[in-house]
Design a protein around this ligand. Structure first.
Ligand SMILES: NC(=O)C1=CN([C@@H]2O[C@H](COP(=O)(O)OP(=O)(O)OC[C@H]3O[C@@H](n4cnc5c(N)ncnc54)[C@H](O)[C@@H]3O)[C@@H](O)[C@H]2O)[C@@H](O)CC1
Ligand SMILES: [K+]
Length: 507
C-alpha cells in the first residue's frame, strides 16, 4: 500500500524536509535531476542510441520544476549527451534555486535558448510546470506544449506532465503527453486519475531523499494497492470447515435477469465464502440450480401477492453478509425486500445496483436507511450514474473531484463507498483508496456483479468494510488483467473475470 498526495501535501513534505529536518533544497533538486537523467540514459541504452548523436531538449519553466530541468541538461551533457535548455518565461522571475542552476549550467557552457525547432530533437524533457501549476495554461506556454505533443520525440516529464492538475488529474487547458514521468518521492493523486494517468503514461517514483518522517508529517489520506498487498487476503486455516468462512445471502435476480445474481454468487464462492445463498424469484430456480449447483436457493413468487417479510427475516438471520440489488429490478416487491433489509439486517450489507436505484427513487427508504445506519455496516457500490441518481449531483460535479467527493459522501452517510469508474474510489470517509488495477475490457455487462460477489466473499471472511472494498476492487481488476490475451480487451466478459480470480487469489 502506497500513499498518494495532493500538491499541498507534497509542498508540506518538501517544506518539512528542508525547513524542519534541514536537508538543503539544492540537494533534493540535484537528486531529482539525477533520477530524471538516469531515466533518459536508460531509455537511450535500451534504444542502443549512441550518445552524441542524440539531441535532447530540456524545456524549462522558471519555477523549481524548471530548475530540475536545467540540472538534468547539465548532468546529461556531463555524460556526453547533447542536451540543451529551452527556457520559457522571464529569467528575472525565476526561483532562487532555478537561478542558481542556470548559473551553474552557464559556467559549464550548457546551451540555453529561448526558441528552437522542436523537430531537431529525438528526446524532450518536460520541466515546464510541476506541482506549482496554479491556473489554466495560455499564450506561449500553451503553444510550446502543443508543439511538444506534435513532435515524434520521446518525452519524459519531470515530476508530473506540465498541464496536469496534481490533485484531480484534469488538463489545465493543455498538457504534455509523456512517454515516461519521473515523479519525486510520492505519486501525486492527479497522475493516477484519468485523464492525468494517460498523460503521465509510465511512471517511475524516484527516491530523492524525502525522509519518512516528512511523509508521515502530512498524514496522507489517499492510498493505492500494489501486488504485495495481496497479503490482505484473509487467512485460511488448514483445519477448516465451511462454517468458518461465512454465509453470504444475495437478494437479487428477477424474471428477465438471472445472470446478475449468478455472477455475484459465483464470485463470492470463488473468493472463498463458505456458503452462498441466492434469494430470488421462483422462475430463476432451474437456471440457477443448473448453472451454480453449489449455491443454496430461497425462492419466492411475486404474483402470489404474498407478504415476503417473514421469508426474508428467516434468511437475514441465517446470513453473516447480505447483498441486495444485483438484477433485482425496482418493482414493488423489490422495494419491500429492501425495506425489510434496511429495517432488520444486523450484519454487513452491500447495497448494489437496483437497490441503489430504489434508494434514489424513494425518499422514505433513504430516511429509513439513515435512521437505522449506525456506521460500519453498509457498503454502497454505485457507478457514476447511480451515484448521481443517489445524491442528485451531476456526473460532471462528481467527476470534477472524484476523490474528495467520494470521501465526503462516505463520511456524510456513514458508509463505505465504492464509487465505480475507470479509477474506482473506495472510502469510509476517513481515508480513500484509488484503484489502479483493471482495464477497459471491464466495461461490460456483469462486471459490477462480479465485483459485488468478491467484496461479499471478503466480508464473509471477516475483512472490514474498507478492506473488503479496497482489496475487492483491486482483486477484481487484477483478475480481469489476467484474462486479457495479447492486449485484447474487447473480448473480456464478466465470467472471464471470475476465471481470472481463481488464478489471482494467492498470497
Ligand atoms: N525543494 C523543493 O521544493 C523541490 C522541488 N522540486 C521541484 O519543484 C517543483 C515545484 O516547484 P514550484 O513550486 O517552484 O512550481 P513549478 O515549477 O511547478 O511552477 C510554478 C511556477 O509557474 C508559474 N505558473 C503556475 N501556473 C502557471 C500557468 N498556468 N501559466 C504560467 N505560469 C504558471 C507559477 O507562478 C510559478 O512561478 C516540483 O514539481 C519539483 O519538480 C524538486 O526539485 C524537489 C525539491
Ligand atoms: K513537468
Amino acid at each position: 500500500m502506497k500513499p498518494l498526495v495532493t500538491k499541498n501535501e507534497m509542498k508540506r513534505v518538501d517544506g518539512y524536509s528542508i525547513e524542519t529536518i534541514g536537508i538543503p533544497s539544492a540537494v533534493l533538486m540535484e537528486k531529482a535531476a539525477m533520477s530524471v537523467a538516469e531515466a533518459v540514459r536508460d531509455y537511450c541504452l535500451r534504444k542502443e542510441y549512441s550518445y552524441p548523436q542524440q539531441k535532447i531538449l530540456v524545456v524549462c519553466g522558471t519555477g523549481n520544476n524548471g530548475g530540475d530541468g536545467v540540472a538534468v541538461a547539465r548532468i546529461l551533457n556531463e555524460w556526453g549527451f547533447l542536451a540543451s535548455v529551452l527556457l520559457l518565461g522571464e529569467e528575472t522571475k525565476a526561483t532562487e534555486e532555478t537561478k542558481h542552476q542556470l548559473s551553474i549550467a552557464r559556467r559549464l557552457e550548457v546551451e540555453i535558448q529561448h526558441e528552437t525547432d522542436f523537430n531537431e530533437y529525438t528526446i524532450i524533457v518536460d520541466a515546464i510546470f510541476g506541482i506549482g501549476l496554479s491556473r489554466e495554461i495560455t499564450g506561449n506556454y500553451r503553444e510550446v506544449i502543443e508543439k511538444i505533443n506534435q513532435t515524434k520525440s520521446w518525452v519524459c516529464s519531470v515530476d508530473i506532465p506540465s498541464g496536469i492538475h496534481a490533485d484531480t488529474g484534469t488538463v489545465m487547458g493543455v498538457a504534455v503527453k509523456a512517454d515516461l514521468t519521473v515523479t519525486f518521492g510520492i505519486k501525486k493523486i492527479g497522475m493516477v486519475l484519468y485523464p492525468g494517468c494517460d498523460y503521465a503514461n509510465r511512471v517511475i517514483v524516484a527516491d530523492i531523499g524525502f525522509p519518512k518522517k516528512a511523509v508521515e508529517s502530512v498524514c496522507p489520506k489517499v492510498f493505492y494497492l500494489e501486488p504485495e498487498d495481496k497479503k490482505m487476503l484473509p487467512e485460511r486455516k488448514k483445519d477448516s470447515n465451511k462454517g468458518m468462512y461465512g454465509r453470504v445471502l444475495i437478494i437479487g435476480g428477477s424474471k428477465d435477469m438471472s445472470g446478475a445474481c449468478y455472477l455475484s454468487a459465483k464470485a463470492a464462492y470463488r473468493t472463498g465464502a463458505g456458503l452462498v445463498k441466492i434469494m430470488t424469484e421462483e422462475t430463476n430456480r432451474i437456471i440457477l440450480q443448473t448453472q451454480l449447483p453449489e449455491a443454496l436457493l430461497a425462492t419466492y413468487k411475486i404474483e402470489d401477492g404474498l407478504d415476503l417479510k417473514e421469508t426474508v427475516l428467516k434468511e437475514l438471520n441465517w446470513a453473516t453478509v447480505i447483498v441486495i440489488g444485483p438484477g433485482l429490478g425496482t418493482k414493488k416487491h423489490a422495494e419491500e425486500l429492501l425495506k425489510t433489509v434496511l429495517e432488520y439486517a444486523l450484519v454487513p450489507v452491500i447495497i448494489d445496483a437496483d437497490a441503489i436505484n430504489l434508494l434514489a427513487q424513494n425518499q422514505y427508504l433513504k430516511e429509513l436507511f439513515q435512521s437505522k445506519n449506525r456506521g460500519e455496516q453498509f457498503i454502497f457500490t454505485p457507478h457514476l450514474k447511480e451515484m448521481s441518481r443517489l445524491s442528485g449531483d451531476s456526473i460532471d460535479k462528481i467527476k470534477a473531484n472524484l476523490v474528495s467527493y467520494g470521501m465526503e459522501y462516505a463520511k456524510k452517510e456513514k458508509i463505505c463507498l465504492v464509487l465505480k469508474d475507470a479509477r474506482t474510489i473506495i472510502s469510509d470517509g476517513v481515508v480513500a483508496y484509488i484503484n489502479c488495477s483493471g482495464n477497459n475490457g471491464m466495461s461490460t455487462g456483469g462486471s459490477g456483479d462480479v465485483l459485488t460477489g468478491i467484496i461479499a466473499g471478503l466480508l464473509a471472511q471477516k475483512a472490514t468494510l474498507l478492506e473488503a472494498g479496497a482489496f475487492g476492487v483491486y482483486l477484481h481488476g487484477l483478475a480481469a488483467d489476467r484474462e486479457i490475451l495479447e492486449g485484447n480487451t474487447y473480448s473480456l466478459i464478466a465470467s472471464d473475470i471470475i476465471k481470472g480470480l481463481k488464478k489471482e487469489i494467492t498470497k
